[in-house]
Design a protein. Structure first.
Length: 224
């Protein structure tokens, strides 16, 4: 799952995306009805992450109003993965999916949108290469978006993370839209960043990051 950056972030999320695709493919043998899937609106999916005006923007960017119910444990999994990465002693950690937006009506199981997070390596943020059409924003340590995705880099100091006052947890967040609905316009880029901001804010609040890891309560879409 290559989102925006061309460094480790792209490579790691690509591996995660492959796992998601294979898993989804394995469960696609029967119909949705056979699998007993349930569906919900954009303001209810992902444990209400997009409740409010953002729900309509999610519908626009995915061209759907009903999504599969993929459960609401994403936030717990992301927090656990980030803490594990931080405590591992390694420079980067495994990715975890916060939210998967799977439209009810889709031709392929890969036509989804997804928010995922992991601990990034220090050198990742130094890789300034970007995909064509990328717009850079001022939020976080680094943030950028394009027609089909967005990414953000944050640093978290928290009482939940021993030693983070001198060695902050490095958080990478990515949004990838593979629904085929993205038009690549400026509006799409802003919506992608708003969606990612909502996910990232929920993560830093879950971790009790000081000052929300530098994230404002509402997205600031000021470009660099």
């Amino acid at each position: 799952m290559k989102i925006v950056g061309l460094g480790r972030a792209g490579r790691v999320t690509a591996a995660v995306g492959l796992v998601v695709v294979l898993g989804a493919g394995a469960g696609a043998c029967g119909s949705d009805e056979d699998a007993g899937d349930s569906y919900m609106s954009a303001d209810k999916v992902c444990d209400g992450l997009f409740e409010g005006p953002l729900a309509k923007k999610v519908e626009r960017i995915t061209a759907t109003t009903e999504f599969s119910d993929n459960g609401d444990e994403g936030l717990e999994k992301v927090a656990k993965a980030l803490k594990a990465g931080y405590g591992s002693g390694h420079s980067w950690g495994k990715s975890a999916t916060l939210c998967e937006l799977s439209p009810k009506e889709r031709e392929k199981v890969t036509e989804t949108a997804e928010l995922s997070f992991f601990m990034y390596a220090p050198q990742d943020i130094e890789d300034l290469r970007t995909a064509p059409g990328t717009v850079t924003y001022t939020m976080g340590k680094r943030s950028e978006a394009r027609g089909a995705g967005a990414s953000i880099y944050l640093e978290c100091v928290s009482s939940q993370l021993k030693g983070s006052s001198t060695n902050p947890l490095r958080i990478y967040g990515g949004f990838s839209n593979k629904t085929g609905a993205a038009k690549g316009t400026g509006d799409d880029q802003e919506i992608n960043m708003e969606i990612l901001h909502a996910g990232a804010l929920s993560v830093v609040k879950k971790l009790d990051c000081e000052n929300n890891a530098g994230l404002p309560e509402t997205p600031v879409l000021t470009t660099k």
